[in-house]
Design a protein around this ligand. Sequence first.
Ligand code: ADP
Ligand code: MG
Length: 400
Amino acid sequence: MSDSVSGADRAAEGFRAVFGAGPEGVWAAPGRVNLIGEHTDYNDGFVMPLALPHTCLAAARARTDGVLRLHSGDASGGVVELRVDGLAPVAEAGAGGDRGGWAAYPAGVVWALREAGLLSGAAAGGADLHYTSTVPTGAGLSSSAALEVVTATALNELYGLGLEPLRIAQLCQRAENDFVGVPCGIMDQTASACCADGHALFLDTREPALRQVPFDLAAEGLRLLVVDTRVKHELGDGAYANRRAACEAGARALGVPALRDVAYERLEDALATLAGDETLVRRVRHVVTENRRVEEVIERLDAGATRSIGPILTAGHASCRDDFEISCAELDLVVETANAAGALGARMTGGGFGGSAIVLVEEADAESVGKAVTEAFAAAGYRTPRIFPAVPSAGARRLA
Ligand code: ADP
Ligand code: MG
């Protein structure tokens, strides 16, 4: 629905209502779930996301007066108007300065393009952009990356910049890190920019190198459910920075550039070196075993043994819960309940402390497993979770 012609029509209609004339085009960029590889992207490691059918759409038109006008049908507050040559990172706005709200994400993309020297001549002229999205926000499904990537993809074409999807992802990460001030890794933006229909995306974040891995669930009678717990625990932001710092400390203590460089086969030696700092031992063990789990999942998928990735997903959850300590009661309940109800495997996905989990099930069991999770949430007094299938979908693209 979201990437259908009617979605593009709605976005164009919204643009016309706000800006008075029609757009030059409509673009889409998806949200994502991560199949396996959590908190590995900032350790130069491996991740394996897939794009959702849920997309952020941007209807856009280039301007010639250096003004950027941003409007979202999903945010209150009307049109945000900025000058391209006046864009400065939110952090530099100073104490009491406007944190920028939602518009910081697309404004940050324009800033990143400018900082990369890509906005000269007509490309410095600004643009009008209207957004409408079906990606749930704050659910760990990367609505922010979808917003950034659709902006960069639209401007790439409007300005004729000729940027490759991976370069777009890198510029969008720069926007989120250095303009908005969120220290995220490269996974989310890469997933939104580079994923392919019917595939999961293997990303080696060091190179960076990409491989599209066939992941046709429907053909195998399988389903991957997303369970949005609809909770977001506050400690998430501070904990993310804390986990990054722990990983850097672990790499330093082991004398390697990044935890990616700790071979799985040498893990016991590495942990012995860190003995005495039990927290650090656990953090390092998560990252090293998680990288190995990504490799194992790829091996299974390449061998056509999709069902057998279930236990690896569940092992990944245990590692996130016990070693990296980024799960929460709601996510644990999804995993325990789904597995007890006959799922092939399940894990939290995304940064943690709330957001979403994924559950791999036989198609025939999808309904009963979803029902079991919903009932368990009701019994625990939690909000009703939102459950929907993750159909591996296309990355950023032009719709109209
Ligand atoms: P996630 O990326 O997991 O959904 P984030 O906290 O990283 O969660 O990003 C959510 C934020 O992104 C929202 O609070 C909002 O500022 C912005 N955002 C995402 N999609 C839209 C949209 N369609 N319109 C306006 N803002 C959006
Ligand atoms: Mg985000």
